[in-house]
Design a protein around this ligand. Structure first.
Ligand code: F6P
Length: 319
């Protein structure tokens, strides 16, 4: 192992830069060369690659986004695209690649492994939708962003006696909604993993209104796909004027929270150590708070288990 590449792929996540820095600095400390691969697997195919040095990763630990750029590559899904990527890797003398991203990116890492390139995956996605790890890098920061938004919406909601439906990201995973909803004190949390009971939502708003409550916050995971219908039903059945706020890509930016920056740093160091040990196609995660690894092929098959206990408890808190 003399030269490693770093690649960020899929949706960006706060903490990616902290991981890039940790990978590069650990590699330099071990006498390795580091190549930055721009724009994910697309950049790999195109040979959009540069030599990194200690300064390339200076002043980035606290920055959101990814200095390497990210993309979702259709071309890499084809045999031709993969052939091109392998040619580029060998022409740049890259022996191992650390891939930062979600499930799709991990699949890409495994493709490279099957073609003889050593790869390690670091889970980066705000969605927290990967089953093999307790937490993905970026989740904590995104939840903090949502909590901040909820508390600001509550201020104005209270002034006008309005309701607010706040749609958060998470694709098919309700984790952002659950954790932001609890930490933000939402009245109701609606997620794709649990059947929606609109009667309960409506009843809770009516009860709140009857006892003079001035705000009603309903956090909805984007995976449900019907936030506008929810707003309409609430207005029709409760008479409470209700606004829809879709937080969208706002949730993907910002400085990483402490936990994301530290987790990213630990995982970055571990990734280089694994490559130096000659390991490949491993996903790094945490289980019970401890760093662990698992074959990527196994990790991407693990379905995330939704915390139904916490979800049920959230309903008691909101009463
Ligand atoms: O990063 C994950 C995620 O934020 C999902 O929650 C969301 O559905 C998706 O990415 C949207 O990302 P993009 O618009 O970049 O494809």
């Amino acid at each position: 192992m003399k030269t490693i590449g770093i690649l960020t792929s899929g949706g960006d996540a706060p903490g990616m830069n902290a991981a890039i820095r940790a990978i590069a600095r650990t590699a330099f400390a071990n006498g390795l060369r580091v190549k930055g691969i721009r724009n994910g697997f697309d950049g790999l195919i195109k040979g959009d690659i540069y030599e990194m040095n200690v300064s390339s990763v200076a002043d980035i630990v606290h920055k959101g986004g990814t200095i390497l750029g990210s993309a979702r590559s259709k071309e890499f899904m084809t045999k031709e695209g993969q052939d091109k990527a392998i040619e580029v890797i060998s022409s740049y003398g890259i022996d191992g690649i650390v891939v930062l991203g979600g499930d799709g990116s991990f699949q890409g890492a495994n493709v490279l492994h099957e073609r003889g390139i050593k790869t390690i995956g670091i889970p980066c996605t705000i969605d927290n939708d990967m089953g093999f790890t307790d937490w993905t890098i970026g989740f904590d920061t995104a939840v903090e962003t949502c909590v901040d938004a909820i508390s600001k919406l509550r201020d104005t909601s209270s002034s006008h006696g309005r309701g607010n439906v706040v749609e958060v990201m998470g694709r098919h995973c309700g984790d952002i909604a659950l954790y932001a909803g609890i930490a933000g004190g939402a009245e109701s949390i609606l997620v794709p993993e649990v059947e929606v009971d609109m009667n309960q939502v409506i009843e809770r708003i009516k009860r709140g209104k009857a006892r003079g409550k001035l705000h009603h916050i309903i956090v909805v995971a984007e995976g449900l796909g019907n936030s506008r219908d929810i707003v309409k039903q609430i207005e029709d059945e409760t008479g409470v004027e209700t606004k829809l706020t879709i937080l969208g890509h706002f949730q993907r930016g910002g400085s990483p929270a402490m936990r994301d920056a530290v987790l990213a740093s630990e995982m970055g160091i571990e990734a280089v150590e694994l490559l130096l040990e000659g390991k490949s196609s491993l996903a790094i995660g945490t289980q019970g708070g401890k760093l662990m690894t698992m074959p990527i092929t196994k990790a991407i098959k693990m379905k995330r288990e939704f915390n139904t206990k916490l979800y049920t408890e959230s309903s008691i808190l909101a009463n």
